[in-house]
Design a binder for this molecule. Sequence first.
Ligand SMILES: N[C@@H](CCC(=O)N[C@@H](CS)C(=O)NCC(=O)O)C(=O)O
Length: 203
Amino acid sequence: MKLYEYESFPSPRRVRMFLAEKGINIPCEQIDVPAGEHRSADYLSKNQDGLVPLLELDNGEYISETVAISRYFEENYPQTPLMGTTAEEKARIEMWQRRVENSLANTVATYFHHATEGLGEPDRYRNREWGEKNKEKAISAMKQLNNQLAENIFIVGDKFSIVDITALCAIDFAAAVNISIPIECHHLTRWYAEVSQRQSAAA
Ligand SMILES: N[C@@H](CCC(=O)N[C@@H](CS)C(=O)NCC(=O)O)C(=O)O
């Protein structure tokens, strides 16, 4: 088994953090995304989407998409559950997972590709206005998370979950492109300080 990833980017970090929380160690291979290695014929033959992360199983099959890879490990290593245990918990985690991906992780990524240098030449189509609009959406998502965290220790109640991983990785990537947590978001700032202290955050 092997994880194809690129250390500086948020989606692979989500998988590394998920594995660290569960205490799972697997070999990783760096795919140099800025150099375009993810667009090579060899990599595209493994993952038609040309994205990282990608999991190679021992039977030679591949699984892409961060949440699908996480699901694989959640099912095979159910100790330290990160995707819920009851029907309601699982549904609530999935609801927030989708919210945080759509409203925060994806909007920060769109800002990165459209309003900054992004990946350079491959990002030569840029719509700066759309990028800036997505920065506004990302900030508004942070404010919604702040409201949620006013009443909850973690994003989904009192248990750390995959949603906290998704949000932390998105917020750290946002900071790297100069989108900060709004100063008035005290609850989000409290949560951010706490989850950043987890050992897995260094993964
Ligand atoms: N929906 C995918 C998104 C993965 C993704 O966007 N990966 C980025 C790195 S964070 C990537 O490979 N970007 C290369 C590109 O956009 O060409 C997932 O959740 O795994």
